[in-house]
Structure formats: structure tokens, C-alpha cells
Write a protein that binds this ligand. Sequence first.
Ligand SMILES: Cc1cc2nc3c(=O)[nH]c(=O)nc-3n(C[C@H](O)[C@H](O)[C@H](O)COP(=O)(O)O)c2cc1C
Length: 214
Amino acid sequence: MDKKILRNISYGVYVVSTKYDNKDAGCIINTLTQITSENPLISISLNKNNYTSELLKKANKFIVAIISEDIDPNIISTFGFTTSKDVDKFANFSYEEVDGIKVLNKGICGYIVCEVKDIVDANTHEVIIAKVIDTKKYNENKEMTYRYYHEVIKGSAPKNAPTYEEKEEKKEEQVGKKKYVCDICGYEYLTDGELPDDFVCPLCGADKSHFKEA
Ligand SMILES: Cc1cc2nc3c(=O)[nH]c(=O)nc-3n(C[C@H](O)[C@H](O)[C@H](O)COP(=O)(O)O)c2cc1C
């Protein structure tokens, strides 16, 4: 089986958020699909270990914010590489509350309010099927695709993402270059030489000490 073909599947990039028992949670996902158009249903795939998943199943309700290309990359590193169990992910970003659930409102095209209808077990993940109960469009900004996230933002996906890949093959532009990887957010930096001392991760703001040669 050539798993490389799976990289040709297209996705968007989203923030799923929820609230239960006065606790907020949210995480980045790429696995949203619209399933039906009349009385629309959508599905998302969530890792069983994600705190967002734990709260979402209790709340039975969540919001998906559609990320646009102009998003602050710190939002992706915070929501995609830390856990709401330990961190108040919304603390440093602009948001509003919709039916008590926090939803980001900068770097976002709009949002979809969802009610859980069904949960399907999928080994490490669960597929959440949900009814769309409300929507809001903020602007006409271009939505971010998963390809844009990889190729322009130069981000990677952590282990809990369904599309995580153990080891990527060297792409043409990487040949002969050194690759440094941020141990916080997975950002990859290619260079002919060494990392400068004042180097700061453009994705999460970590300093040079967090970069390891890969
Ligand atoms: C680009 C990207 C895509 C991701 N896609 C998913 C996904 O579809 N499903 C999922 O469960 N986790 C996905 N993740 C991982 C979660 O966002 C991550 O595990 C997060 O830290 C979970 O936070 P929580 O514990 O607060 O829920 C993705 C992360 C990134 C950066």
C-alpha cells in the first residue's frame, strides 16, 4: 500500500471549541466534512485523548470556526499543540461567546454551531456526526487549506491529528540543506548554515533552544 496518496486528500483547517461545567476547551482540526445539505449534517474526527473531545461529548454541543489565511499563527500553535486541560487557550486572543461557548473572531471566516447527533468509534479517534444549528459569516477572507498550512505557514501536524505522518520523505527543496524542527509546534526551518542566535519560531515564538536538527 502506498500511503503517500493519502496526502492528496484535501482539507481545511478549523478550531473546534466547546464548554462543559464552566470549563472551556478547543483544538485545531482538519477533518471536517459536510455530509448532507438539507438539514445539514457535518462530521469531524477527534482523537480520544484530546480534552476537547472529552468536554464536547458531555456538552453535546460545539462550534467550528473556519480559519482564514490571515490568522495569527500563534493561534494554531496554541490550539493545535497544547491542551485545554492545562492552558486557557483563549486568554491571549480575540473571541466572542455564542450560547456560552467561546469562539475566535479574528483570522476566522465565520463559524458553525453544532449539536452532536452520533458518535462512531474509529480506533484512536471518534467520528462525531453533528447537526448544524446555526452559522455566522464574518467576512469574505480566504479560508485556509491544509496544503496552505503546510506549504506557506510551514506547519506540521502533531501525533493526535488523524493525518499525522511518522516520517516525511525529503522534498526536492530540502536536499543538501539542514532542517531544524521546533520541539513545541513542529515548525520546520531549512537553511544552508546554522540557526542565528536570535532566531525565533515564526509559528509559536519559541527561541533557538527549542530547535533541534532533524
Ligand atoms: C494542522 C492540525 C490539524 C489537526 N487535526 C486534528 C484532527 O482532525 N483531529 C484531532 O483530534 N486533532 C487534530 N489536531 C491535534 C489537536 O489540535 C491537538 O492534539 C490539540 O493539542 C488538542 O488539544 P486539547 O487537548 O485541548 O483538545 C490537529 C493539529 C494541527 C496542528
